[in-house]
Each structure stands twice: as C-alpha cells, then as structure tokens.
Design a protein around this ligand. Structure first.
Ligand code: NAD
Length: 296
C-alpha cells in the first residue's frame, strides 16, 4: 500500500482529466466524480476509481481536488448535505483549482474552517497542453503549512508553483493572468489580420515575430490555431468571458483602471453573443476578421 495521501478529484473536464491522470502516473490513488459518463470511463481506463457521487468520492480522501467551471459550480459541489464540506473527513485538505472569484475562495476557506477542513485556492495557467504535459503554473492562496502539504501533489501537475498570499490571492493572480492572456491573444489576432491583408506570408511572419520581443507563450501555443483557423477548445470563450468578468469586477473593487482590458472584455462578450462561446479563445481572430469585413 502506498503512503501517499488518498485523492478525490471532482470535475474531470478538459483540464481535470489530464491532471488527474498525471497524479495516477505519479502513484497516487485517485477517486473521481464528474457529470459526464465518458469522462468517468476515461478515469477508470487510466487506473482511477470512479465514484457515484461527491459524497462517495470524498469520504475517505486525505486531499480533495476540484476543477469545475466557475463560482456557482464550486459552491454547488462544496456546500449542502451532498457537498464536500459535509462529507469529507475533518482534517482533509481541499484544493480548489478552478478559476473563480477571489471572494468565493475567501468564503469557502472560512466555511471549511468551521468543519475542520483546510482550503487552498490553486488556479492554474498553461491550458490543456500544460495540463497534459504537467507544466502548469499554479498560483496558490492559503496558509503556508497547507501549501507545504500540497506542494508534492502540485509538483505532479505543474512546474511553477507559488504561494501568493492568504485565501483568495491565487484567484487574484489568476485574474491578472487572464487579463494578460486575453489582451495578448487580441494583439496577435489583430496582427494576423493585418499581415494577411498586407499579403505577407503568415507562417514566416509568425515565426520571426515569435523570436523577438513580440514573442510570447500565447503566440507559440496559439500559432497553429491562427494559421489553420482551428478553434477546437482548448480554453473556451465562455470561460474567458467568465474570467474577464472576474478581473474587471475585482479591479473595480480596488480602484484599478483596466482600459484595454475593458475593451477586450467587450470583444470576448461580443464573440460569445455571436454564437462562438464554445470555441477556443484564439477565436478572437474571428471577431477581428468580422470587424475587418470578412464573412466568418
Ligand atoms: P470543462 O467544462 O471542460 O470541465 C468542467 C468539469 O466540471 C466537467 O467535466 C463537469 O462535469 C464538471 N462539473 C461541473 N459541475 C459539476 C458538479 N456539480 N459535480 C461534478 N462535476 C461537475 O472546463 P475546463 O476547461 O476543464 O476548466 C475547468 C476550470 O479550469 C475553469 O475554472 C477554467 O476557467 C479553468 N482553466 C481552464 C483552462 C483550459 O485551458 N481549459 C486553463 C486554465 C484554467
């Protein structure tokens, strides 16, 4: 029997599936629950155990990891008679890796403490590829001792793992991350349309741009999406719309102005309103093409 902590994993989507599989590869015993049967089958095929409910998944777990879309889902899986707080062992560590509002994380940490459950907010950056390759950046909020407990587990999922401050701090840093990524994608998308309309070879242009100061992880990771107009997610526009709401709201609360971020938030919202919410966020290119007169 392994001495490693027993893990429960709730939320086996685009990110949660490969992340939980990396824990299994690292030797952890993982019991999972999610809403789609095919994702549960995938976990079983990877060597995980499948639970029929949240309560069943978390009852024997030392560590519960959650990776669901947004604050309402984190609240739904955490609270109430069928939720994590009511059914996990006292002393368990809950690591929420979803990207949610900082306030939701602060409230969850407080509610969990009353039940003897410790909480870290630990949202990630690096996308589906970063999840598969276990090279995510993980920004953590919570207590130092809980971070120390979580660190070996998080090291099986990511490369850059930093405690940013008290509960909610990880989410605040993630909100800043999403601001930077959205603005960067938008700039790349505008450059792509400009280059194509100018008749420049796009592959050559993006190659050389990637090697200079304009280079970025966004440009490297999304180059093929732009070149092939391949907008299979990845990271869905719907989720980035949620994140732009989080960052603009959090910034307003502290009196920080985000003039460019506010415009990009509107462009993301517009793309979603035009039916592109299920596409990868590199589909911001479609919005720029439409603004430039293309029929896409
Ligand atoms: P996803 O929609 O692919 O997966 C979400 C999963 O949560 C689904 O499998 C769903 O079954 C599960 N879920 C929802 N409600 C549930 C409930 N009540 N009980 C059990 N399971 C439930 O989303 P994703 O792309 O994996 O993103 C997850 C989180 O990670 C989001 O907060 C997102 O913003 C963040 N994130 C995503 C990426 C990315 O590239 N996809 C990158 C960084 C961060």
């Amino acid at each position: 029997m392994s001495n490693l902590p027993k893990i429960a994993w709730i939320g086996l989507g685009i990110m949660g599936s490969p992340m939980s599989e990396n824990l299994i590869k690292a030797g952890y015993q993982v019991t999972g629950f999610t809403l789609e049967q095919d994702k549960l089958d995938r976990l079983a095929a990877a060597g995980g155990a499948v639970a029929a409910s949240i309560a069943e998944a978390v009852k024997d777990a030392d560590v519960v990891i959650t990776m669901v879309p947004a604050s309402p889902q984190v609240e739904a899986i955490s609270y109430g008679p069928d939720g994590i707080l009511e059914n996990a062992k006292s002393g368990a560590l809950l690591i929420d890796m979803s990207s949610i509002t900082p306030q939701t994380s602060v409230d969850l940490a407080k509610a969990a403490k009353a039940k003897g459950i410790r909480v870290l907010d630990a949202p990630v950056s690096g996308g589906e590829a970063g999840a598969i390759e276990a090279v995510l950046s993980i920004m953590v909020g919570g207590e130092q001792a809980d971070f120390d407990t979580a660190k070996p587990i998080l090291e099986a999922l990511g490369k850059t793992i930093v405690l940013c401050g008290p509960p909610g701090s990880g989410q605040t840093v993630k909100a800043a991350n999403q601001l930077i990524v959205a603005v960067n994608i938008q700039a790349c998308a505008e450059a792509v349309v400009f280059l194509e309309k100018s008749g420049v070879d796009l592959t050559a242009a993006l190659d050389v741009l990637g090697g200079g100061l304009a280079g970025s992880t966004v440009l490297t990771r999304k180059k093929d999406n732009f070149l092939n107009r391949d907008f299979k997610p990845g990271f869905r526009i719907d989720l980035h719309h949620k994140d732009m709401g989080i960052v603009t709201d959090a910034a307003r609360n502290v009196g920080a102005a985000l003039p460019v971020g506010a415009v990009v938030a509107q462009l993301v919202a517009s793309l979603r309103a035009q039916g592109d919410g299920g596409l990868d966020h590199s589909a911001l290119l479609r919005a720029v093409e439409r603004l430039s007169g293309a029929q896409v």
